[in-house]
Design a protein around this ligand. Sequence first.
Ligand code: 13P
Length: 249
Amino acid sequence: MRRPLIAGNWKMNMSVREAEDFIDAIKKAADTTSDEVLVCVPSIHLGLLSSKVFGSNLEIGAQTMHEEEKGAFTGEISADMLKDYGISHCIIGHSERRKFFNETDVTVNLKLKKALEKDISPVVCVGETLEEKEGGIAESVIKRQILGAFKDIPGKEAEIVAVAYEPVWAIGTGRTAEPEDAQKTIGYIRELLDDKYGKEISEKTRILYGGSVKSSNIKNIMKQKDIDGVLVGGASLDKDHFKKIIKYK
Ligand code: 13P
């Protein structure tokens, strides 16, 4: 049985006061679900917020990390720094990182390996752009991203990774993928993992959907057989809305 993962991604939003207020407000909802609840916050809030959730079911994650151990990489944060604050999860290869910060399948793979080496659970993002979808190459893009991300990663480690399928055309646009279409692509991702690692691993790996998830559509998304959770952007910035998302059942 795969435990559902309900994750928020604040991106570059939230003042420190808003962030603390938000975490205080949703802790109870997170503690009353059997799902895993994660909020990925700007790096500067990681230390403060991780100390606020200690002992609760709510987890704080990072939005990115560097693939090197340490060194002259101005502005970056390392896996060890995340570990220092007890951070358990990190988003890797979000489409905004790929688009604005030149992350590639190669760097995504290196980051994934570093996170796994340091016992940080990665949430690795894949997804096609509108142009790729309309050009009929969505599946080949997903295949390239998945095989690239998991290159040389052994099965025992692969099952710790959560994959988030986030079609770029659905991010921040209000245009959610139809749940059946999301299921189809996520089913395809599970097949790719099955081909690479076999059923035992592919049936354990969680695959999330992300892209304009809201309290009004989460239920139908979570009904799909291969969808094990959601990665929520815009709707994770409003505490009342995110509470409803956590309580979708
Ligand atoms: P939205 O929910 O705002 O579409 O963002 C999705 C996302 O990018 C989560 O990582």
